[in-house]
Design a protein around this ligand. Structure first.
Ligand SMILES: Nc1ncnc2c1ncn2[C@@H]1O[C@H](COP(=O)(O)OP(=O)(O)OP(=O)(O)O)[C@@H](O)[C@H]1O
Ligand SMILES: [Mg+2]
Length: 440
């Protein structure tokens, strides 16, 4: 059954009345779930164990940001909710633990890789040794330039710099972790570096299956390219958790929920439930896209919602209301080169309406474009997008950009600390960008 945006808002308002929550952008029409958090006691424990990210504050405003009390065009994002601060601290603690002990997430040693457990194992998790029977359902993705290898329930991907890719996943989860809006949450897949031996096994298995049954592990040219990449840079292959749902291109093509009732076209002028358009029409989802755009601008990642749009680089799962960011990047641009981009300038200067307009224009052109993940909608769909969805969507993107910038300022310095503790080369780059975002 299609649930109208109004009904959703109504539901959210009643939830809001129970929790007393107010939407961060301060728009009274957007009451409802905010950047929620849970487990306050646990966060309190983290907090006492943590180096205080504001121990060396650049300014009083910095302190306010961290406490969630900084003015946001005259309003606060999530009031002075102490639990929110704890959630932020908790996210930072999580990043620190993950970064400090990243080696521990590696699978067993080479000796153990050949043990009977590895061969018998069925359920493949992030730390499962990827050998033998655990490589049952190998498939090279049809999407992406090079793409990934599906090893349900993880994927393998040759990256340019494997450790950076792992640290980027952790960084995204630190900034976006625990932020729930309209029931939707955002994360990056948890990640670890692959062992060279595992990579050799994956490449060997792909090759063998491709030869014995051509096409069975994906398009033959893509398989050959993947095997070549795995073989030439095994030390930079990253294993990611498999994200639930499908990428946004698929949702645009036929993303209805997998049951007959949901597939029925709902009221005239309304997108069908579960479709890509229904997602864009969902305020919580749309605001999250705004937050993601702020994150992409900060990261200098120009392959999703900033610069060139790409609908393949986020996945959504309608049932669990989870958005997962894939194919992430932090550009290695100097501060001077990064900060001259118009999007960066507008985010820094808090020119949210202008910036939202740029982002929505790019999304609109993708929706109409045959390539780059768009071009899946018919004329009727495009009219619904243009007339019904787009105006509200743009307001939500605006609010999301604002909330995203604030989240970066709340959690960014703690993240930089954690990256520094882990000797990650990303620390300096992110710190200078944060200072720029804060001071202009
Ligand atoms: N962790 C994941 N879980 C599920 N599916 C994934 C995951 N990572 C990637 N995919 C799927 O595989 C596709 C290709 O992956 P990705 O975007 O990372 O590769 P790519 O575009 O080839 O990357 P690059 O541009 O760095 O070569 C994605 O669009 C998505 O559909
Ligand atoms: Mg991609």
């Amino acid at each position: 059954m299609y649930i109208s945006a109004e009904k959703n808002e109504e539901n959210r308002r009643s939830t809001s009345a129970r929790t007393g929550a107010e939407y961060p952008c301060g728009d009274s029409n957007h009451t409802g779930s905010v950047d929620n958090c849970t487990e306050p006691l646990q966060y309190r424990m983290y907090r006492s164990a943590l180096p205080d990210p504001v121990a060396n504050p650049e300014s009083a405003l910095h302190r306010q940001y961290h406490a969630g009390t900084a003015p946001l065009n005259g309003r606060t994002e999530s009031s002075t909710d102490i639990f929110q601060t704890m959630a932020d601290q908790g996210a930072v603690a999580t990043a620190q633990r993950m970064l400090r002990h990243r080696l521990e997430s590696s699978p067993r040693t080479a000796l153990q890789l050949h043990g009977p457990q590895a061969i018998m194992q069925r359920k493949v998790a992030l730390n499962t040794s990827l050998v033998g029977n655990n490589l049952k359902g190998l498939k090279v993705s049809s999407g992406g330039a090079l793409g990934v290898v599906f090893i349900p329930d993880v994927v393998a991907k040759p990256e340019v710099d494997g450790q950076s890719a792992v640290d980027i996943s952790t960084s995204i989860n630190t900034v976006m972790g625990g932020v729930v809006d309209g029931g939707w949450s955002v994360s990056a897949p948890s990640a670890r570096l692959a062992q060279v031996l595992e990579v050799a096994e994956i490449a060997k298995a792909l090759n063998l299956r491709n030869q014995t049954k051509p096409g069975s592990v994906g398009d033959q040219n893509r398989v050959a390219a993947m095997v070549a990449a795995l073989t030439t840079r095994p030390e930079n292959v990253v294993i990611y958790e498999q994200a639930p749902g499908t990428d946004f291109v698929n949702h645009l093509a036929d993303g209805a929920l997998n049951n007959a009732a949901a597939k029925k076209q709902s009221k005239k002028g309304q997108p069908k439930t579960g479709s890509g358009l229904a997602q864009l029409a969902d305020p919580g989802y749309a605001r999250h896209l705004g937050r993601i755009a702020a994150l992409d601008i900060f990261m200098g990642h120009r392959d999703r919602l900033h610069g060139a749009g790409n609908f393949e680089n986020w996945m959504s799962d309608v049932r669990s209301r989870r958005l997962t960011l894939v194919d992430n990047d932090i550009s290695n641009l100097s501060l001077a080169n990064w900060s001259t981009h118009q999007d960066v300038q507008q985010l820094t200067n808090q020119q949210y309406p202008l910036l939202a307009n740029t982002i929505v224009t790019e999304i609109d052109s993708l929706l109409n474009h045959q390539g780059y993940g768009g071009g899946k909608l018919g004329a009727k769909d495009l009219a619904v997008w243009q007339n019904t969805i787009r105006p509200v969507f743009q307001t939500c993107i605006e609010a999301g950009l604002q909330a995203g910038r604030l989240k970066l300022l709340q959690r960014g310095w703690g993240l930089v600390n954690a990256l520094r503790v882990a000797n990650s080369p990303l620390a300096d780059r992110l710190e200078e960008r944060l200072n720029h975002l804060h001071n202009g």
